[in-house]
Ligand binder design. Structure first.
Ligand code: 13P
Length: 243
């Protein structure tokens, strides 16, 4: 599974060029889960225009509808045939003060309706203190007792790796992904073992080193997904290595 998170980037012109560059570079056509989360305002246009990408999702959602200015609800995602929603991205946590309680409500409202990609990750200070696993366990605490849909996915995105060009060692990522799978399995009511994506400075240069690892089920790509050709290269690498 490879998902592009375009964050607050893009324009009509950009995604048209993107589509040509992506299609020119894409080698294998496999049934890999391939998705893009564009800014929501482009959702409908991109869904009908980017036919080379089978799944289009959103970067965030609200857990209720009604008088909540600026929000987009789960019912609206269903209405628009949205394929997935990212929740809990560290930029939402840091810039918009989203906490675990709020993210929990979002997961509960998405569960069994729209595929959920929950982002978790530690800061540099937490990593240096050796508390990565404690932080991830706390962030995953919100799914305790939930009967998770089989599509429920986690993205491990160390905050310090996002947009920095820094990444953890692939072996460390592998160990953390195994840990995430174990924690979700033990916390969820139905012992769900999630797919776990790695996110944080993934490029077409380093992607292979991550995809080689057993517990890395794919990537959530930010900056490198903004160019169609580099995103296609990452997809090509994945398709050449994983089922
Ligand atoms: P970068 O790939 O730009 O580091 O962003 C990762 C990310 O935040 C994806 O959600």
């Amino acid at each position: 599974m490879i998902i592009a998170n375009w964050k607050c980037n893009g324009s009509t012109e950009m995604y048209k060029t993107w589509s040509v560059d992506f299609s020119n570079e894409l080698l294998h056509k496999k049934d890999t889960y391939l998705g893009i989360a564009p800014p929501s305002i482009y959702f409908g246009d991109i869904k009908s225009y980017l036919t080379c990408i089978p799944f289009i999702g959103v970067q965030d959602v609200d857990y209720l509808d009604g008088p909540r200015t600026g929000a987009i609800s789960v019912d609206m995602l269903i209405d628009m045939d949205c394929n997935f929603s990212i929740v809990g991205h560290s930029e939402r946590r840091q810039l918009f003060n989203e906490d675990n309680e709020l993210i929990k409500k979002k997961i509960e409202s998405l569960n069994n309706k729209i595929m959920t990609v929950l982002c978790i990750g530690e800061t540099m200070v937490e990593s240096q203190k050796g508390s990565t696993k404690n932080i991830l366990e706390e962030q995953l605490g919100i799914i305790k007792g939930l009967e998770l849909n089989e599509s429920f996915t986690v993205a491990y995105e160390p905050v310090w790796a996002i947009g920095s060009g820094l990444t953890p060692e692939p072996n460390d990522i592998n160990e953390i992904h195994k840990y995430i799978k174990d924690v979700v399995q033990s916390y969820s009511a139905n012992n769900h073992i999630p797919g776990v994506l790695y996110g944080g400075s993934v490029t077409d240069i380093n992607a292979e080193s991550f995809f080689k690892k057993q517990y890395v089920d794919g990537a959530l790509v930010g900056g490198a997904s903004l160019k169609g050709a580099s995103f296609a290269k990452i997809v090509n690498i994945f398709n050449g290595m994983k089922q």
